[in-house]
Ligand binder design. Structure first.
Ligand code: CO
Ligand code: ZN
Length: 325
């Protein structure tokens, strides 16, 4: 899983995916016929075949924060890039693109309640505005920092949403030797701020079918909301989320492919959130679109947790569906 570690340790807050993009391009070069990068920064890799035109999509970007104001004492006020939960990020470390680390703090009176973003700040240890401005400017983004851990069959890291999806597409590309279908593997930008990169990439590719690969919530922690997705139970085949009703033919093909190859799977209905599938299926005159989801605990926190067996199941299902659709 060295590649997954590399991918999660790279930072790519929405709109600044360059480091992740470079890493992915150098990894997939050998496994496709051509690669283009579109104006939005998405990577479109083509693996030629004579059959159906299928687009696979995984987003490269991750949630993060953006500096909005630096005060006289050198504390940096910030806003969110994508969905962040204020309770989960208190005292987290964030890393700006130049490597500078900050700690997220909150105004004293906020400690006993759920702090609101405008009462929080980033402390980089600067003693004045002038000192802080040597390292951070308004508009700079920072990603959550954190280590990478594998133990007890799980991986713990930041940005598994959605570097795990990128990893799954890359490993599926490596598995596919002589594909009959015409395959496009797209690594999209700016999903976390509104499925933006997928929209333009899908327009350019104009696929007949599409499959988004992303993460989903689980209902398997103490007193969690009732949700029929758990870690270690296999790849989740999406039925719906707030952005898409998955195409029935694609969904049935996934179930058939999973059964045939004995890949563990579970069905997913997600009550909140969306995925690139939401943008792709509404492209041009519509695209038959499904989604494969990796069950993930603590989504959008610096310690996202997923099952290694589930990641491998998602790789197998992605490769299987590429030629059976
Ligand atoms: Co996300
Ligand atoms: Zn995601």
């Amino acid at each position: 899983m060295k590649l997954l570690e590399k991918l999660t340790m790279a930072d790519g807050v929405s709109g600044g995916e360059d480091a992740v993009r470079d890493m992915i391009i150098s990894e997939i070069k050998k496994y496709c016929d051509d690669i283009t990068v579109d104006a939005m920064g998405s990577v479109i890799a083509h693996k030629k075949g004579k059959g159906k035109k299928i687009m696979f999509a995984a987003h490269m970007d991750e949630i993060g924060v953006i500096a909005t104001f630096i005060d006289d004492k050198g504390f940096i006020r910030f806003s969110n890039v994508g969905g962040i939960y204020t309770k989960e990020i208190l005292y987290s470390r964030v890393r700006f693109k130049n490597g500078i680390i900050g700690v997220i703090g909150a105004e004293e009176e906020e400690f006993n309640k759920k702090p609101s973003l405008d009462k929080m700040f980033i402390d980089i240890g600067a003693k004045s505005r002038a000192e802080a401005e040597k390292y951070v400017s308004v508009g700079d983004t920072a990603a959550f920092a954190g280590g990478y851990t594998e133990q007890n069959g799980v991986v713990i890291a930041k940005a598994l949403d959605n570097r795990a999806g990128c990893y799954i597409l890359i490993e599926a590309m490596k598995k596919l030797k002589r594909n009959k279908n015409d395959l496009y593997f797209v690594f999209t930008t700016q999903e976390e701020v509104g499925l933006r990169g997928a929209k333009t990439a899908a327009y350019a590719v104009a696929p007949e079918y599409a499959v988004a690969v992303d993460v989903t919530d689980t209902g398997d922690t103490p007193e969690a909301p009732k949700m029929a997705v758990s870690l270690h139970r296999g790849a989740a085949i999406k039925v719906m989320d707030r952005s898409v009703m998955c195409d029935v033919d694609v969904r049935e093909a996934m179930i058939a492919a999973a059964k045939k190859a004995k890949i563990p799977y579970q069905m997913e209905v997600l009550n909140i959130g969306g995925t690139d599938a939401g943008a792709i299926h509404l492209t041009r005159a519509g695209v038959k679109t499904g989604a494969i989801s990796l069950p993930l605990r603590y989504m959008h926190s610096p310690s996202e947790t997923a099952s290694i067996a589930d990641i491998n199941a998602c790789v197998s299902l992605t490769a299987a569906i590429a030629d059976t659709l």
